[in-house]
Design a protein around this ligand. Structure first.
Ligand code: MF3
Ligand code: CO
Length: 252
């Protein structure tokens, strides 16, 4: 069941999203060659707690940290590690969920460390564009869920030849971290495809690979890498469908 949110509830998710958006923005200043993924997590955790929030990944299904920090060929769910030090030319996706006063928001950005190759920069730019094109898909008249996927897939694969991850998807969010519906980035007749309607709050999150769409799961039970070892990018916002249109709740 898709749990619709009323105006008050969307206001509360927006407050949570503001903390999250500001946290991700603040990380721009700290993500530099020489920092560990552990320190990124620690800094984000502290930021969220100072603002009265809780980093909802921590403890979710036993997840050990406040954030997911995914470097280069790690697509999602990278576990922060003191020994993992970023270097010039790396990319790093930081995926964070914030619970504030019981309301949950979810957002991700991929950061470039120092100067990355043109090829990797392009992947990152296109993935970010996929996020905004997907959100624009939700703005179409009488939009259905698949309008998000169609826009993401066209830009990532059809126009740029990148792999679109299929094994993981966006999702409803707001009362819980993961709610119905699934919000995939590819179109399939097998996936429920409801019309978007006011009150829906969705995490839209293209995960785009430079190579093929295939991923592999690591033995730690969390880390997801590209199967071919090529880099991947991940951008995510929490959006709300309202009577007056689609609003991005995690953008600051
Ligand atoms: N933001 C992630 C998602 O949308 C949440 C990861 S849950 C965690 O799936 F437990 F891995 F942190
Ligand atoms: Co998410």
């Amino acid at each position: 069941m898709i749990q619709l949110k009323n105006r008050h509830e969307i206001d509360k998710i927006r407050e949570s999203g503001k903390v999250l958006g500001e946290c991700l923005l603040s990380l721009e200043e700290v993500i530099r060659s020489g920092i560990s993924t552990w320190d990124i997590d620690r800094i984000a955790h502290e930021f969220i707690v100072k603002r009265g929030g809780y980093p909802s990944c921590l403890g979710y299904c036993g997840y050990p940290n406040a954030t997911c920090v995914s470097v280069n060929d790690v697509v999602i769910h990278g576990i922060p590690n003191k020994k993992e030090i970023l270097k010039d030319g790396d990319i790093v996706s930081v995926d964070i969920c914030v619970t504030l006063d019981g309301y949950v928001s979810d957002s991700t950005r991929t950061y470039e460390v120092g100067k990355v190759s043109d090829e990797v920069h392009r992947l990152n730019v296109v993935t970010r564009e996929c996020l905004y094109l997907g959100i624009d898909g939700a703005r179409k008249k009488n939009a259905r869920l698949s309008d998000i996927a169609q826009a993401v897939f066209r830009h990532a694969f059809t126009e740029n030849g990148y792999g679109v991850v299929r094994d993981y998807t966006g999702h409803g969010v707001g009362f819980e971290l993961h709610e119905e519906p699934e919000v995939p980035n590819y179109v399939s007749p097998l996936i429920p495809n409801p019309r978007l309607k006011p009150g829906m709050v969705l995490a839209v999150e293209p995960m785009i690979n430079m190579g093929t769409w295939k991923i592999k799961n690591m033995k730690d039970g969390w880390t997801v890498r590209t199967a071919d070892g090529k880099p991947a990018c991940h951008w995510e916002h929490t959006i709300a469908v309202t009577d007056s249109g689609v609003e991005i709740l995690t953008e600051v």
